[in-house]
Design a protein around this ligand. Structure first.
Ligand code: CAA
Ligand code: NAD
Length: 295
């Protein structure tokens, strides 16, 4: 057939309805990106608590934009009205695109891509926001791996201008073309890369972050001075420990662990204190405490 909704190899699909699975640090921001650009969005999390957290995040973030005069109250109401929420992925039946942004776990992600097969149309594009897991391996859980691709947003998703588009050896060229066009229409800069743990940016970033955590663990300098060095000395918008808090210590740990497993480079062997802090519930901004404390 020549209908992209039925056949992933056919280019020129129109994306109207986007499903986002996982409404945490990244998913909530990804919902905002699509809703701001006029898409109908269906946000899914495991339970009502997760859904409520995602909804609250979107209300707060757009509320800030209203109070800064960057968004009208009517526009905010329209934007919020374009987003529906669900706790069951069966509610994604009408989606042309699904972006999965659940925890960085291969098993959880594979389960979702397996289940999506029964839910969406055969030509719907299925994307993962994974930072470090194999997109190829995730894609094999689906009966149509040619429609699976990585769409890797950066944190905070509404702010950062980069999206890494990750193609596997079986991603249909039509899907790659349609997705890079979509990313441009969101006002982001797509870069295309192959399926290797860390892609471009995290491959360059995470050794640095891990090294900073190790300096902190060794009490070589205070957290403030480690961060100040990179902010004021190198012009980074935030220091490495504040950035790990923003990313989440659990997510940082999982990414390092996957990169270490794949590359065997000691640079990526997670600094022990990371795991200890995760175990103690110090996940960074999302739990209120990490290297710093947040209210
Ligand atoms: N959601 C929506 N908007 C947000 C936001 C959020 N979570 N956080 C900040 N913003 C908006 C603010 O509303 C503000 O918007 P306006 O200019 O329109 O008013 C703008 O961003 C700037 O925010 P602030 O003035 O509060 O703060 P800032 O100028 O210090 O910027 C920052 C904050 C954008 C986080 C900046 O410090 C920064 O870019 N830090 C580096 C972040 C980074 O490196 N991200 C990549 C992490 S790695 C990754 O994401 C990949 C992975 O797989 C782990
Ligand atoms: P998070 O822990 O903040 O949020 C994960 C969300 O997924 C939670 O709301 C959780 O309830 C939900 N969830 C878990 N299992 C689910 C399931 N089976 N169905 C539906 N929802 C489920 O995680 P995060 O930091 O937002 O990371 C999400 C993904 O994005 C990961 O793959 C991560 O590697 C990637 N990523 C993270 C960042 C970052 O800076 N944190 C940046 C880019 C990419």
């Amino acid at each position: 057939s020549a209908d992209p909704a039925q056949d992933p190899s056919v280019p020129g699909r129109t994306f109207r309805t986007v499903g986002v699975i996982g409404l945490g640090t990244m998913g909530a921001g990804i919902v905002e990106v699509f809703a701001r650009h006029g898409f109908d969005v269906i946000g899914v999390d495991v339970d009502t608590e997760g859904v409520d957290r995602g909804r609250q995040h979107l209300e707060n973030s757009t509320g800030r934009a209203v109070s800064r005069g960057k968004l009208g109250e009517d526009e905010q109401a329209e934007l919020l009205g374009r987003v529906r929420y669900a706790t069951d992925i069966a509610d994604l039946a009408g989606a042309d695109l699904v972006v999965e942004a659940v925890v960085e776990s291969l098993e959880v992600k594979k389960g979702i891509f397996r289940a999506l097969e029964q839910v969406v149309a055969p030509g719907a594009v299925l994307a993962t926001n994974t930072s470090s897991l194999s997109v190829t391996e995730i894609s094999t859980a689906n009966a149509h791996p040619g429609r699976v691709i990585g769409i890797h947003f950066f944190n905070p998703a509404p702010v950062q201008g980069l999206v890494e588009v990750v193609r596997t050896v079986v991603t249909e060229p039509a899907v790659l073309e349609d997705v890079t066009g979509l990313v441009r229409s969101l006002g982001k800069n797509p870069v295309v890369c192959g399926d290797k743990a860390g892609f471009i940016a995290n491959t360059l970033l995470f050794g640095y972050l891990n090294h900073a955590v190790s300096m902190f663990e060794q009490r070589y300098a205070t957290r403030e001075d480690i961060d100040a060095a990179m902010r004021f000395g190198c012009g980074y918008p935030m220091g490495p420990l504040a950035l790990v808090d923003l990313i989440g210590l659990d997510t940082t740990y999982e990414i390092l662990e996957t990169m270490y497993r794949q590359g065997r480079d000691r640079l990526h062997a997670p600094t022990p204190i990371l795991k200890q802090m995760v175990t103690a519930g110090m996940l960074g901004r999302k739990s209120g405490r990490g290297f710093y404390t947040y209210e």
